[in-house]
Design a protein around this ligand. Sequence first.
Ligand code: SF4
Length: 66
Amino acid sequence: MSLLFDVIKKIKGKDIRKADFSLRQFRVTTCKNCENLLKTGNCKICGCFIVDKSSYLLEQCPIKKW
Ligand code: SF4
């Protein structure tokens, strides 16, 4: 799935640099403890799938938790 998101982001002219392992781990852990994480694995606020969203360096939590 990540490759597909890379392609979509590139087409949109967005940055596709990846976060390192520890940053991803922090983000995913934060999301797992967040009341806005849905059972489907996506965020209730932005709609993004957390596993994918957390992997991009410049992505941000919509309510600034990370
Ligand atoms: S992106 Fe932010 S608001 Fe969404 S689930 Fe993660 S921590 Fe919660």
